[in-house]
Design a protein around this ligand. Sequence first.
Ligand code: ADP
Ligand code: TYD
Length: 209
Amino acid sequence: MRGRFFALEGIDGSGKSTQLELLARRLEQAGFPCLTTCEPTAGPIGSLLRQVLTGQIPCDSRVVAPLFTADRLDHLLNGENGLCRAVERGLTVLSDRYYFSSYAYQSVDLPLEWVIEVNRPCAQLLRPTATVFIDVSPELALARIAQNRERTELFETEDRLTRTREQYLKAFELEKGREQVILIPGDRDVETIASDIWSTISTFLSPGA
Ligand code: ADP
Ligand code: TYD
């Protein structure tokens, strides 16, 4: 059987990576072997993007958006550990960010429809079984980031995260009918959120689902 593909989304500091690990553990316990991964990737294009995100390489937003798409296509197609093949082999794939991150972050500076169009090849190759959006306020997200890191990245300002959250909500509205999106309130304790995510994800796991 083809594996399922779940993308975790949210603004920086929303708790995606924490929940991804907990979800992978629950899936493995339920007998679903998982591949956990993230974007930007650790590959060559992802590494270039990390330098853009830390401000080491200045780059126009019209260049940054297709770079995220190129990194995503490599994530899907690369011969070593491409997600398309992993899903075909029956693995359950969990990704910390996928194309809704581009829809939300890149559309702060660019038209949302254009960003969606640039990512169309990714949607055609692999559409998530479901996208889990962990919703937190920018204030809470920044407080969490500040507690754990010395430096913040390019998009980690309150104004930027506020606009990014708004763009996420706009993108979900625009893609309603094409995409399965699960909204999870993220301002609760880790275990409550994990149980909430599990109860929805588990409905997608039966062979007929
Ligand atoms: P993201 O991957 O979305 O950036 P993380 O999972 O790395 O978010 O979480 C950011 C920080 O907030 C981490 O230090 C993490 O331990 C903490 N954190 C995550 N979820 C919660 C939660 N529900 N309540 C309080 N702190 C949390
Ligand atoms: P990430 O390392 O996931 O940050 P965090 O763990 O803090 O959420 O992502 C790095 C940054 O890259 C983050 O600010 C979001 C941004 N990003 C985009 O702008 N577009 C994209 O398509 C992706 C995947 C990430």
